[in-house]
Design a protein around this ligand. Structure first.
Ligand code: DGY
Length: 324
């Protein structure tokens, strides 16, 4: 970038890999060094002087922030999801917003499957059991779980990640149903996946796995009525966004034993408060939003976010841009 005054960029956390080193060679870089995200006031103060922001899903970029950031020209989110960003407000200001699709698809699908298997075969409970010194003998009734082979998986949202989960499911001998705005005939042919309506998916799936972005349309997609319509004893896996599920209704369904269990990488809010009933329910497997957290994938996400940001600062459309 041949500018004498280099654009000021604020990155809201240290990122893994080489990407920030590359960015530092191009811009006047300030990186938030805290383990926790900048507070709202700290973010607003930094944004006020920034031409570019590299954000995470913990950082809200909304009309208020934009109003206080007159020089802002680029926002690059290190995530495929961008529900933390008011894209319409950015578009009104002609600020491109980048995201990181593709590079995290397989890693996220791996983790969705890890959660599915961990929940159905009670892996975390088994580990705690052994460590607590409770293992006294082999027992025919110890820690019985649910078979995944031969079970029906209901995928909500057959985008890239949903499709990657469906492929894994076929390898495990599962029957795959899906709901999606668009039919995916290619995947129906490849995987034998069947597109059904919401009610059928809920009624027939032994496991429901969520893969839709959070939007006004998908908030509480799985609400009280939908939970009641699920097959008794079914399992829920959520690696999408906590807000896709009505968490209070989920807790009720788990407490009453209508649902067999839930494996949640995402919750509402995050981090999950220590006094949330989810913390104490036995049939729940919890993870701290780490589905994309492999060394390689997080490095690629950071690199892609830097590419997006630099393109926008140079006045080009970022390679992965979510503005219409
Ligand atoms: C995303 O990318 O949206 C994930 O939630 C974090 O990797």
């Amino acid at each position: 970038m041949s500018r004498i005054v280099r654009p000021r960029v604020f990155v809201t956390r240290q990122l893994p890999g080489e990407a920030l080193g590359r960015l530092g060679g191009e811009v006047d870089l300030r990186v938030w060094e805290g383990e926790l995200p900048p507070s709202r006031n700290e973010l607003l103060a930094e944004a006020a002087h920034a031409e570019g922001l590299v954000t995470l899903l913990t950082d809200r970029v909304d009309a208020e922030l934009l109003a206080r950031a007159p020089g802002l020209r680029a926002v690059s989110n290190v995530a495929v999801g961008y529900d933390n960003i008011d894209v319409r407000a950015c578009t009104d200001r002609r600020i491109p917003v980048g995201n990181t699709p593709g590079v995290l698809t397989e890693t996220t699908a791996d983790f969705a499957f890890a959660l599915l298997m961990g929940l159905s075969r009670r892996v975390a409970e088994a580990d705690a059991f052994v460590r607590a010194g409770k293992w006294r003998t082999w027992s025919p009734t110890l820690l019985l779980g649910t078979d995944i082979h031969g079970a029906t998986l209901g995928i909500v949202g057959l985008g890239a990640i949903g499709a990657a989960v469906a492929r894994r499911a076929r390898g495990f001998g599962m029957r795959v149903l899906y709901v999606s705005r668009q039919p995916r005939k290619d995947l129906e042919a490849e995987l034998g996946a069947r597109r059904v309506d919401k009610r059928t998916l809920l009624a027939e799936s032994d496991v429901v796995s969520l893969h839709v972005p959070l939007s006004a349309e998908t908030r509480h997609w799985l609400g009280r009525a939908e939970l009641a319509a699920m097959k008794p004893g079914a399992l829920l896996v959520n690696t999408a966004r906590g807000g896709v599920v009505d968490q209070d209704a989920l807790i009720e369904a788990l407490r009453e034993g209508r649902l067999g269990g839930a494996a949640l990488d995402v919750m509402d809010p995050e981090p999950l408060p220590a006094d949330s009933p989810l913390m104490t329910l036995p049939n729940v497997l919890l993870a701290p939003h780490i589905a994309s957290a492999s060394h390689a994938t997080r490095g690629r996400m950071a690199s892609m976010a830097v590419d997006n940001l630099l393109a926008a600062l140079e006045g080009r459309r970022p390679p992965h841009c979510v503005n219409p």
